[in-house]
Design a protein around this ligand. Structure first.
Ligand code: CP
Ligand code: NVA
Length: 303
């Protein structure tokens, strides 16, 4: 019933998908919006989260419910992982009970190890490197507002973190223009920039936020301190001038929209004025997490 099948596949980053597969997921997400179907009846999804979550956890649980599946939410402290059981053994065992694993963790290598050992699909709910479900929701939001992704110019302002790196993966696959401004020393990881498809369609990397947002259709930022990071080295100071405020938004196109994966830190990466202003689509973006995750679950488990 959806435009796309990723039957049995992992989703660790959008860079592993083709442009057609990404667009197929966006089509499926739009068609599943507001719909419920028992296509995953009898299936159980495991949500293994080593970090806190509001949007990802709840939207995956509701998405599963809308498709007839049940979920089990597992935090690190409740698991034998906290007592030294290996990631591989955990994956092998959970694969005997569950039909898919949704995993939020730190090191991307850990989710890769888990996916290699699991015999069921592993879906990335955020690692320190990537956040594919979030960027799918961003893309859906942009497409809804702009009517297309073709020719859209995206500016990312802030830390070279999982959000920027996922955007680099997605933009390279989709052939989108991405200009990213990060403070010197806080750019994306060289291994992401070195991927062949990224080298074939690289982002423009800058250190001046105003240069990045000039003429952009979409302005995106994210927290300066991601989960697990401390400000011990005074990281916030390096981000002076990187707050997305009204003056910065005024450099983008007049009809530009503002996106943020949330949670937001008002007065740091964005002002309250921009976050709550007329150009902000952040709550539509958050809602779209539900719709895209329903599409991912359908494509991986039912299509
Ligand atoms: N955007 C996002 O992933 O939010 P949570 O950390 O609340 O899941
Ligand atoms: N970069 C942020 C995203 C949160 C959804 C973090 O990793 O904490």
């Amino acid at each position: 019933m959806t435009a796309i099948s990723l039957q049995g596949q992992d989703l660790l980053t959008l860079g592993d998908l083709s442009a057609g597969q990404i667009m197929g997921l966006l089509e499926a997400a739009a068609s599943l919006e507001g719909r419920q179907a028992d296509v995953l009846k009898g299936q159980t999804l495991g949500l293994l989260f080593r970090k806190p979550s509001t949007r990802t956890r709840v939207s995956f649980e509701v998405a599963a419910l809308h498709l007839g599946a049940s979920t089990i939410y597992m935090t690190e402290d409740q698991m034998q992982l906290s007592r030294g059981e290996t990631v591989g053994d955990t994956a092998r065992v959970l694969s005997r009970y569950l039909q898919a694993l949704v995993v939020r963790t730190g090191a991307h290598g850990e989710i890769e190890e888990l996916a290699a050992a699991a015999s069921v699909p592993v879906l990335n709910a955020l690692t320190d490197h990537y956040h594919p479900c979030q960027v799918l929701a961003d893309l859906k939001t942009i497409r809804e507002v702009k009517g297309t992704l073709t020719g859209i110019e995206v500016a990312y302002v802030g830390d070279g973190n999982n959000m920027l790196q996922e955007w680099i993966q997605a933009a390279s696959r989709l052939g989108m223009t991405l200009r990213a401004a990060t403070p010197a020393g806080f750019g994306p990881a060289p291994e992401v920039l070195g991927l062949p498809h990224v080298q074939a369609h690289p982002p423009q990397l800058l250190h001046d936020p105003l240069e990045a947002v000039a003429g952009a259709d979409v302005v995106i930022t994210d927290t300066w301190l991601s989960m697990g990071q401390q400000d011990s080295a005074g990281k916030r100071q390096a981000f002076a001038g990187f707050t997305v405020d009204g003056a910065m938004m005024a450099k983008a196109r007049p009809d530009a929209i503002f996106l943020h994966c949330l949670p937001a830190h008002r007065g740091e990466e964005v002002t309250d004025e921009v976050l709550m202003g007329s150009q902000s689509r952040v709550f539509d973006e958050a809602e779209n997490r539900l719709h895209v995750q329903k599409a991912v679950l359908w494509a991986v488990l039912a299509a």
